[in-house]
Design a protein around this ligand. Structure first.
Ligand code: CO8
Length: 259
């Protein structure tokens, strides 16, 4: 599939997905969601072991769902559009590789929801984040009410949802929404460095760590700990576990194969 609204670039084991409609501040219309869906499906996890998501141009990560596309839609169409966005962000969250949002500018509405679908969120000093939906007479429709609440707690999430305040990157870090704030021209370098660090580790182990955190987060502690025990045990059937431990004992770096 040829893409008009996104770019998917590969750099060895690292893929970079850029939402690239700078004229509309990378707003997410249905076509963009379909392209993102296709791009995520196209990833081969024996080749691609980490993904960075960012926005094209120098102003926006993603300024939200495309308001021009939503202005006249019916409730049934809104349900469909919401389901499409949910599907794509859920697919992103389910990827068996770590995902990093490089928030390089406005991350509003659906844009913040996209970042929230990633495992790690880093922001440039220029970033502005918010959920302005109530100013448009709606609420977030791509998981923002739920993922933001789980990340920053109900009170802060409600504050952002009710006030529609656009917060800067420093404030977003203060409330635990972004991990670190980086000068704009260093953001991609920073995200690539984090990815490089992760890529040195056992890919099956990283995938299990992601899986047990994600699936465990909504379960009671006993069930979640059981998930961890299973994930832990499963890794002892891998060559990577043998290699990782043998390499430690031989005082050499491990050469993980993801097997
Ligand atoms: N949708 C469509 N076009 C957009 C969007 C958007 N979300 N954001 C910006 N654009 C367009 C503008 O219309 C403008 O186009 P043009 O040049 O043709 O007039 C261009 O991008 C540049 O934008 P501005 O001129 O407004 O740039 P500024 O620097 O003055 O302002 C802002 C930047 C503050 C980011 C401003 O553009 C803005 O407020 N954008 C909208 C932000 C917003 O409200 N986002 C939330 C949208 S709703 C949503 O994401 C979730 C809805 C729930 C989905 C439910 C499914 C049914």
């Amino acid at each position: 599939m040829a893409y008009e609204n996104i770019r998917l670039e590969k750099d060895g084991p690292l893929a970079v997905l850029t939402v690239d409609r700078p004229k509309a501040l990378n707003a997410l219309n249905s076509a963009t969601f379909h392209e993102m869906d296709d791009a995520l499906r196209s990833l081969k996890f024996d080749e691609t072991r980490a993904l960075i998501v960012t926005g094209g141009g120098d102003k926006a990560f993603v300024a939200g769902a495309d308001i021009a596309e939503m202005v006249t839609i019916t409730a049934a169409q809104a349900r469909e559009f919401s389901a499409l966005g949910h599907h794509v962000f859920q697919s992103l969250e389910n990827l068996p590789i770590p995902t990093i949002a490089a928030v390089n500018g406005f991350a509003l509405g659906g844009g913040l929801e996209l970042a929230l679908g990633c495992d790690l969120i880093y922001a440039s000093e220029k970033a502005k984040l918010g959920l302005p939906e109530v100013t448009l007479g709606v609420i977030p429709g791509f998981g923002g009410t739920q993922r933001l609440t789980r990340l920053v707690g109900r009170s802060r999430a409600k504050e952002m949802l009710f006030t529609a305040d656009r917060i800067d990157a420093a404030r977003a870090k203060e409330i635990g929404l972004v991990l670190d704030v980086v000068p704009a021209d260093k953001l991609m370098e920073h995200c690539r460095a984090v990815a490089a660090k992760i890529l040195k580790n056992g890919p099956l182990a990283v995938a299990q760590a992601k899986r047990v955190v994600e699936y465990g987060a909504d379960q009671d502690l006993r069930s979640a700990n059981e998930l961890e025990r299973q994930g832990f045990a499963v890794l002892f059937g891998s060559e990577d576990q043998r290699e990782g431990m043998a390499a430690f004992l031989a005082k050499r770096p491990a050469a993980f194969q993801g097997k």
